[in-house]
Design a protein. Sequence first.
Length: 85
Amino acid sequence: MNQYNLKFRERSEAFAAYIIDNNATVRQAAAFFGISKSTVHKDLISKLKYINPMLYSQVKVVLEKNKAERHLRGGEATKRKYLNK
């Protein structure tokens, strides 16, 4: 395995570990690592599936939960916005 592939593997696994450990969203992981949301998402969805299938299945559970709850977080943000005015 060359250096290029090793970098992707370590980065993808680091993103996954952070999301699983902190029950974080892709946006939170991107902010923590200082990288774009699209890079985090691409590494997790496209690459991690082939790099580490077990870790992929764990992170997929968290991402699906976050996707199911996103409308609730959006509603709370709107509520806070109008309460502060």
